[in-house]
Design a protein around this ligand. Sequence first.
Ligand code: 8YV
Length: 336
Amino acid sequence: MTPVDLLLLKPMQPSVMEALATRFTLHRADTAPDAEAFYAEVGPRIRAMATGAQAPVDDALLARLPNLEIVASFGVGYDTIDTAAAAARGVVVTNTPDVLSDEVADLAMGLLLATLRQIPQADRYLRAGHWPTRPYPLTPTLRGRTIGILGLGRIGRAIATRLEGFGVALAYHGRRRQPEVSYTYHATLLDMARAVDVLLVVAPGGPETDGLVDAAVLAALGPEGILINVARGSVVDEAALIAALRDGTILGAGLDVFAREPHVPADLVALDHVVLLPHVGSGSVHTREAMGRLVVDNLLHWFDGRGPLTPVPETPVRETAGRETPGPETFRSAGA
Ligand code: 8YV
């Protein structure tokens, strides 16, 4: 079987690189000495791309890859990919849903408890030798709280299921009410922020959610309020959050994601009533391997003519008559 030319904007984890190399000829854009010459030479041959959240895929890039058929993205969120441009060019985009939901939900639980019960701060206190002098101060609690989930998708529901076991009241806000769940639905984020004292952000990034959690939402959350974000930094107005934390508009925050990763504002790092994590939601060996396998399997399925396994809804899978190989023309959408 003739290997298919595949573009990597950056290297991916070793297991993915190894698996891809068995079926594809890999072309790395990041090691090319001259990007123009690289795309001029290789661009027209590229039929596949594997990528992660670190490198944007925009229309200008897609224009250099006229024979691209599929972009397999590592991660459930794909806000760095211009899916409208991909759809317009007939390029299928896949992501890695489901395989990371439990992991991210577990991490969200840890971050919530760490923030409320000040687990990292208590650890720092012990290590600094303060315990013999005086016990660690009493902390806020999860008891009696109402948790509002912004974005009750796959990860949001996995979080809600876990929270049911914690015996707390649950509410959610999203584009639509989900009749099959019993949690309280709020038609606006502001209404939900007024009604809850933990706001847990699990909504996807992108223009639709940009800055959704703003100064007004934080004010509505109130002085006992806790913000937890395991989704995308872009969903929260970071400057407004820093101001709200500084002046006591809210009580604290637990953040796994930031607006300009891997850079975290010094103003946030300086605050002691926040717990900050370096975007590790899906970051276990187990789950990253599963995500990597799904990236590879999407590509293999596609070029075997069986369609993509997990296409994103914005790039509907079409019959691609006229392509050069027997694979992609023969499939129908996995979701159809
Ligand atoms: C990414 C994530 O996989 O899935 C997502 O959307 O945010 C993470 O799980 C991580 O950014 C890998 O680069």
